[in-house]
Design a protein around this ligand. Structure first.
Ligand SMILES: [Zn+2]
Length: 385
């Protein structure tokens, strides 16, 4: 009896280990080949621009990001190959099994719990969303240490200045900024924002796939706006000069936040209904409202965001935003490693630049989209040293 139990446990643990290693192979896929190599002009532009990607989730999966992997979309070697100068790293803490863009219930079984158990995260992360965020932030710190000066944590305006100077000296240096995906990671207590800030987090996406104690999600059950706790959180973030991210937020949350803030916001990874009409994406009026507050909109690179996985699909959404509100508000937010299927990994970003140039945008505008617009918002928002 005891032996049967032991064998059963060993088989279960072996299964868990296999699932743990393989799960990313299925969730973060690339469907197309390498595509046409970018032109000389594109490569020169990519090399001289400050390219910023507003959202990727590689910290969730536990890979050593200093090494180039054969799964997923992002690691430091691939960011360098794609010409990325600054990557915003999402910290994901709860994703209900069956999450969908129309209606997601937080009571459904949670996939991040499964990941925490199968990948051997510390016990305290098995039940605590806050501990999961802190665990991924600590993982980022370890990667910074292992990267030997080639990954710079971005926590202040001075860090941004240093990053730009460092990259002039050595273009392989990449900046990394930590962001929370869903304020449920605060476990209902706005004062927990202090623990996240101390761990280096400088951006908070108010809602992820479901409504939480602070804000309604575009994919939630009630899809409400900011709650009283949410207003307290927004005020605390303003005091600490953290960036508000409205990706996944419900229309009511977007309206409530824009009425409550006096600094620009970001929508880190999204699409626009003008080129891809679904509940995940921003209406023209929402694009105008975000631009009116001088915010930026990071265009995603997966099917639900841009109704395709080709660089031209990304460029079409960017061009739509520029057509509505001018060149100052469009940006890139791939959602690489966010359990999405894309047409290319981070090494393919120059193809997006090529597609942007192919729409007829001038190089100065393409530079804005690639990163200058995001830098403007970060400089206006991040704290000083
Ligand atoms: Zn997301």
């Amino acid at each position: 009896m005891r032996r049967a139990w032991l064998i059963g446990t060993l088989v279960f643990l072996a299964g868990v280990a296999i699932v743990g290693c393989q799960v990313e192979r299925f969730l973060n896929r690339v469907v197309a080949g390498p595509g046409v190599p970018p032109s000389e002009r594109t490569r020169a532009l990519q090399a001289s621009a400050m390219v910023v990607d507003l959202h990727a989730d590689p910290l969730l999966w536990g890979r050593d990001l200093t090494k180039r992997a054969t799964v997923g979309h992002v690691d430091l070697p691939r960011l360098r190959a794609g010409g990325v100068g600054l990557q915003v790293f999402g910290l994901v803490t709860q994703v209900p099994l069956g999450a969908n863009i129309d209606r997601t219930d937080p009571r459904w079984p949670d996939m991040v719990t499964l990941l925490a158990v199968t990948h051997g995260w510390p016990l305290r992360t098995w039940t605590s969303r806050l501990e999961r965020a802190l665990h991924q932030a600590a993982r980022f710190d370890r990667i910074v240490d292992a990267a030997g000066g080639t990954l710079l944590p971005i926590r202040t305006r001075e860090d941004l200045t240093r990053l730009v100077a460092e990259r002039r000296r050595d273009p392989s240096v990449v900046g990394g900024l930590l962001a929370i995906e869903g304020a449920h990671a605060l476990e209902g207590d706005p004062t927990n924002v202090g623990r996240l800030f101390d761990a280096g987090v400088r951006m908070i996406g108010l809602a992820h796939f479901f409504d939480n104690a602070f804000a309604g999600s575009a994919h939630g059950l009630a899809k409400g706006g900011l709650t009283e706790k949410g207003r307290t959180l927004i005020a605390e973030m303003a005091r600490r000069r953290m960036v508000v991210d409205l990706a996944h937020a419900s229309p009511a949350t977007i309206a409530d936040v824009l009425a409550a803030v006096d600094r620009p916001v970001v929508v880190s990874h999204t699409g626009v209904r003008g080129t891809c009409d679904n509940a995940r994406n921003l209406s023209d009026d929402q694009v105008r409202a975000i631009a009116a507050g001088d915010g930026v909109i990071g265009v995603g690179m997966w099917e639900t965001a841009v109704c395709g996985t080709a660089p031209a699909d990304v460029a079409r959404a960017v061009a739509h935003i520029i057509g509505l509100v001018g060149a100052d508000h469009a940006a890139l937010g791939a959602d690489f490693d966010g359990a999405v299927t894309t047409g290319f990994d981070a090494t393919g970003l120059p193809r997006v630049t090529e597609a942007l140039l192919a729409t007829g945008l001038p190089e100065s505008t393409v530079r804005q989209v690639l990163g200058e617009n995001v830098l403007r918002v970060l400089v206006a928002t991040l704290p000083r040293e």
